[in-house]
Design a binder for this molecule. Sequence first.
Ligand code: ATP
Ligand code: FE2
Length: 332
Amino acid sequence: MTTILGIESTAHTFGIGIVRNRKILANVKSTYVTEKGGIIPMEAAKHHSESKEKIYSQALEVSGVSEEEIDAIAFSQGPGLSPCLLEGIKFAKDLAERLRKPIVPVNHCIAHVEVGRITGAKDPVMLYASGANTQIIAYASGKFRIFGETLDLGVGNFIDNFARYAGIGFPGGPEIEKLAKKSSGGPEKKLIELPYTVKGMDIALSGILTNLKQKLESGKYGIQDLAYSMQETVFAMLVETAERALAHTGKKELLLGGGVACNSRLQEMCKIMCKERGAKFFCPDRLLLVDNGAMIAFLGEIMFKKKIYGENLDKIDIKPKQRTDDVNVRWK
Ligand code: ATP
Ligand code: FE2
């Protein structure tokens, strides 16, 4: 029996999860939100510092696990915002020192992928659509390879940026989804033409963002119709590249992940595509899609069991720019 505690702190969320034998015993988090405007890294880090003790005791309480039962501390090593990552690693190291346990440095993006195993997906192509990242990932010979990605903004940041411009607070995604549902009312929703920018296996979003802002500014278009058209256009770009990755790799499973995967229209479009090409569709629960500590603990446990961890705490540092395909996957 192994019990792993996982810490997530890469951006807006400070979360702690506890996993035992692939079962999630606790997944507690606190998220920094703003009424207006985007995320300020130092403010988010302050939020983490102020929430960490409370989140930690809640996680222990919810799980019924005592400190002595924890075998290792996993934490998000990167990619992410440095001030936020530093809060996480500091908490991980202090705890590891006090409990005399090893720490397991986990790549945040790969944790989003690997926690998908909980849904039953075995060897999927993953459409990872979160705030800072948008990638099509699949495992091939020793690494999680990126088959396609955004060339500029992550899709969540893109949506948040437009939402902010329209005077909606952070995160903008859920509000944009609600607005899109109200587009022009009735079944005849109004699709406004927007640039569609798929380049090979990659996508680009900044041109669409500028276009959307200009359209909003012109006063000729309603925010609900723009929100709807944005979702239809950009999600079609994601689904197109994901489908092509399924075709190239010959894999038969699509796994959706990252915070934007909470969007029911994106889920619907992925389901339709999978049905049409005879692939299986997987999507974890909402609490595992957004940033959370349970996914860090989940991958932490897999790595710990393969003896991939560090005991010399001085040698372990954050990796704010670590890429998915930088990591040698030694646990498969
Ligand atoms: P990363 O994994 O790249 O570090 P992150 O930490 O910002 O990114 P997540 O917590 O995975 O990401 O996702 C947050 C993003 O998900 C935000 O941009 C938010 O607007 C978006 N989001 C949440 N719910 C929805 C929704 N219903 N529709 C669209 N986007 C959504
Ligand atoms: Fe994330």
